[in-house]
Design a protein around this ligand. Structure first.
Ligand SMILES: Cc1ncc(COP(=O)(O)O)c(C=O)c1O
Length: 394
């Protein structure tokens, strides 16, 4: 009954652990969740007000599939102002979250058998979407020893005659690794010389620390002509539930992505679109406030983790995740059973200390676990105490 395609699609470990933690909480268990990939801040009030006024004024009908003109224009203005990238409105497509934008882009650019290069640790969704498009994920492995970044040489040696695309994600989920402008330029150079298209997932661009500056790979040389820039408001404006993401690319690509969206979902929610215009055009100070708070938590959590037995944690340059290497703990015994990898370790942490973390296995990196610090400082302090005590028992 179930298609091969559906059978081959893995569930998201992040959503799975979040659901498990939520179910435990519902039973009255005091679980601290470090699983969530969403800001713990509220959506700014001026965004909510725009949505309420959209409902009250009856803006509740179908819109053009690609999004209303105002919204696409606001996205073009944002791309010019923040990224120095000039797009027209017919080069922008608004979709149901950046996840949907990515899926449209992969379905549009990837033919069966095409190779899609994905640096690991990767966001769990990339290889699954490539498989859904009958493409072949080609993984370039990186580790904490090299800051979780690929080099131009690593990219060059992964390219074959079948290579079509690179999925590039800086700042990265799950590692927080953030490429410098010079590093991005060097990667762009390889893509240009090899004719490799890039899907550049820039959803965490606003969340950078230590003076890091985000630059889009599309801004180098002729890369604008072979890049699909993916972004959205989920992380920057604390709007995960509203479902709004977008892609910017040459008109021919956007038109093809639009055809796929026409035949699958049509436009995103009309009310969210009005909220999106308000978010992009309104005051952006809430982002700065969020970054200051995330930075405080990032420093604290990194410091605490590095003090724990068997844990080695790089200080991430962006996003809101830490991705500590916990492989020194593998082989230890927990409840009479050896901890063989990240799945066992996260299970142990949930059972022993009521702390939910995501195993690195789903991100293609079993030596690590992912903790999101998009949760209150109080929870982080408590959670670090609990994890420290649980690991000390191993
Ligand atoms: C790297 C990355 N890209 C895209 C997304 C999707 O975001 P959205 O909520 O806009 O679909 C996420 C969400 O966790 C993410 O981590």
């Amino acid at each position: 009954m179930i298609s091969q395609r559906a059978k081959n699609t893995s569930p998201s470990p992040t959503l799975a652990i979040t659901a498990k933690a939520r179910a435990m909480k519902a039973q009255g268990i005091d679980v601290l969740s470090f699983g969530a990939g969403e800001p713990d801040f509220d959506t700014p009030s001026y965004v909510k007000e725009a949505a309420i006024s959209a409902i009250q004024s009856g803006f509740t009908k179908y819109t053009p599939t690609a999004g209303i003109d105002d919204l696409r224009q606001a996205i073009c203005d944002k791309l010019l102002e923040d990224n120095g990238l000039s797009y027209r409105t017919n080069e922008v497509l608004v979709s149901v979250g950046a996840k949907h934008s990515l899926y449209n882009a992969i379905l549009t650019l990837c033919d069966p058998g095409d190779e899609v290069i994905i640096p690991s640790p990767y966001w769990v969704t990339y290889p699954e979407q490539v498989k859904l498009a009958d493409g072949k994920p080609v993984i370039i492995e990186t580790t904490d020893a090299t800051g979780f970044k690929i080099t131009p040489q690593m990219l060059e040696s992964a390219v074959t005659a079948q290579s079509k695309l690179l999925v590039f994600n800086s700042p990265s989920n799950p590692t927080g690794a953030t490429y410098t402008p010079e590093e991005v330029e060097a990667i762009a150079g390889v893509c240009e010389s090899k004719g490799l298209w890039v899907i550049s997932d820039e959803i965490y661009e606003k969340l950078v620390y230590d003076g890091n500056r985000h630059v889009s790979i599309a801004s180098f040389g002729s890369m604008r002509g072979q890049t699909v820039v993916i972004n959205g408001l989920s992380k920057s404006h604390a709007m995960t539930g509203w479902r709004i993401g977008y892609a910017a690319a040459p008109a021919e690509v956007i038109a093809a992505m639009g055809r796929i969206q026409d035949q699958s979902t049509s436009n995103i929610n009309s009310i969210t679109q009005k909220a999106g215009v308000a978010a992009l055009k309104g005051p952006q100070e809430t982002i700065d406030e969020m970054v200051v708070e995330f930075d405080r938590r990032r420093r604290y959590i990194t410091h605490r983790l590095n003090d724990m037995k068997g844990v080695r944690c790089l200080s991430p340059g962006g996003a809101f995740y830490v991705f500590p290497n916990v492989s020194a703990l593998y082989g230890a015994e927990a409840a009479g059973k050896a901890v063989a990898g990240s799945d066992d370790l996260t299970e142990y942490l949930l059972a022993e200390s009521k702390v939910a973390a995501v195993p690195g296995s789903g991100f293609g990196a079993d030596a690590y676990i992912r903790l999101s610090y998009a949760t209150s400082m109080e929870s982080i302090e408590k959670g670090m105490d609990r994890i420290g005590q649980a690991l000390a028992k191993l």
